[in-house]
Design a binder for this molecule. Structure first.
Ligand SMILES: NC(=O)C1=CN([C@@H]2O[C@H](COP(=O)(O)OP(=O)(O)OC[C@H]3O[C@@H](n4cnc5c(N)ncnc54)[C@H](OP(=O)(O)O)[C@@H]3O)[C@@H](O)[C@H]2O)C=CC1
Ligand SMILES: CCCCCCCCCCCCCCCC(=O)OCC(=O)COP(=O)(O)O
Length: 405
């Protein structure tokens, strides 16, 4: 359509943010340029405002109406080159061309095939790694430890279940024996009772385990206790108790088993830490400190024993629905005894146990098991510490207020 057929009415021309005038100073309104590879005739869509009816060389057009000008834009209409090209449409056409071209389909199929094969091999390797492996789990009487016992049992591991409560360990053993879910050959677990705050019992338990099995393939340091209290009110005995349970106990157990692992040039040490091993929350001082120490110790260990063929995995979960808050110790050493809302809303321990199994099977080094907010908090602590500390201070003010009011 020649330029003379453009609407006689005064309209505005708008191309993205550009206003420009047509030859003869007639203004068009809402002209949209569509796909126009260089050298192709210009196509314009005249989009008249509601209520304005106009004949744009077509029958009574109202609203968007494409007009193929059949000419290149007049010289006195200056449009930047980019405005001539609808990149989206061009990209779509390009991608479709690329996909339907002869090479890409076989290439895509090949990639999917290789990826599936890789995943299959990874699963087989993981299964082989855990089948018949001697796996020691501390804190198996409750929460995450109990669920870990179930998933590692179903994977065919030879379990050593540790805890302070013999009855609870026996009950778990009966439950495992009654479960039918396993697809592989399972092994009746061995149970050992000891208290992580008592170094003597740790040494004796290690000797018992090594005497019975000869070696340990995987040690899962899961047992732990949390804490609720203000630093100013907390006795040193409480700080020590939390550190003994969460830090000194697990490292004593690890050190007791390490020589046999080094001798075999094989073994895997797992630490169930916490997001609070990476960030510190107010009124959790003893717990956060013990988890930070755990993270640091096992990071050092990983570096030191890598050349001996020993793997170290630190797992940092966010809230899990267990008895952790109920069992937490308070500033004066008494049991907190409250199921916190955040704990109750936490992930199911079954799911977390499956993630632990996968992390161990894949020999991961450091795993965060958390939603977006706690994960972001970890990065914020590193990238914008000032902002993170302000957020924590305001959290402390709010929490203190809710306690006193
Ligand atoms: N729940 C959560 O929100 C989160 C938990 N974690 C971590 O997960 C791990 C498991 O805790 P979870 O299952 O949640 O809590 P639970 O309280 O349910 O389980 C804790 C386990 O640790 C054992 N334990 C505690 N003190 C000792 C001790 N002195 N000696 C030997 N065993 C002891 C308990 O044994 P007993 O039955 O004898 O008391 C119990 O089996 C902990 O390390 C915790 O820090 C990490 C992030 C979040
Ligand atoms: C860019 C925006 C970033 C926004 C970040 C805001 C910071 C918000 C703070 C989030 C804190 C998450 C805390 C998670 C704590 C946690 O998961 O702890 C796990 C435990 O070990 C639980 O133990 P507890 O005894 O405390 O129940």
């Amino acid at each position: 359509m020649p330029a003379t057929a453009w609407p006689a009415k005064r309209c505005h021309v708008r191309i993205r943010d550009l206003n420009w005038q047509t030859p003869g100073h007639r203004e068009l309104e809402h002209v949209h340029l569509t796909a126009m590879p260089p050298g192709r005739p210009l196509e314009m869509i005249f989009n008249f405002p509601l209520g304005v009816r106009e004949t744009c060389g077509q029958e009574d057009a109202c609203g968007p109406s494409p007009i193929h000008l059949g000419v290149t834009p007049p010289r006195n209409i200056h449009l930047p080159r980019a405005e001539y090209i609808d990149w989206k449409s061009l990209l779509k056409v390009g991608v479709m061309d690329f996909i339907t071209s002869t090479a890409i389909l076989p290439l895509l199929c090949g990639c999917v095939g290789i990826f599936s094969l890789f995943k299959l091999l990874q699963r087989l390797r993981m299964k082989a790694y855990l089948r018949n492996a001697v796996v020691v789990i501390t804190g198996a009487t409750s929460g995450l430890g109990r669920e870990c016992a179930k998933v590692f049992y179903a994977a065919g591991a030879r379990l050593v279940l540790c805890g302070r409560n013999r009855e609870a360990l026996d009950e778990l053993t009966r439950e495992l024996a009654a479960s039918q879910a396993a697809k592989v050959q399972t092994h009746s677990p061995y149970t050992v009772t000891f208290d992580l705050t008592d170094p003597g019992t740790i040494v004796a338990a290690t000797a018992e385990i090594l005497q019975c099995f000869g070696h340990v393939d995987v040690l899962i340091n899961n047992a732990g206790v949390s804490y609720r209290g203000a630093i100013v009110d907390t006795t040193m005995d409480v700080d020590k108790r939390v550190m003994e349970t969460n830090y000194f106990g697990p490292i004593a157990l690890t050190k007791a088993l390490l020589p046999s692992m080094i001798q075999r040039r094989q073994g895997h040490v797992v630490a169930i830490s916490s997001i609070q091993g990476k960030i510190s929350l107010p009124f959790r001082s003893a717990y956060a400190a013990s988890k930070h120490a755990t993270q640091a110790f096992f990071d050092c260990l990983r570096a030191e024993v890598e050349q001996c063929g020993i793997e170290v995995t630190v797992i940092s979960p966010s809230y899990i629905h267990t008895s952790l808050s109920l069992n937490a110790v308070t500033a004066d050493g008494s049991r907190y005894g409250v199921m916190d809302e955040k704990t109750a809303q936490g992930r199911s321990p079954v799911e977390v146990a499956r993630d632990v199994l996968a992390a161990v099977g894949k020999r991961k080094k450091d795993v965060i098991l958390a939603d977006l907010l706690p994960s972001l908090a970890v990065y914020l602590r590193t990238l914008a510490p000032g902002l993170f500390f302000s957020l924590m201070a305001s959290r402390a003010r709010k929490e203190r207020k809710s306690k006193t009011c």
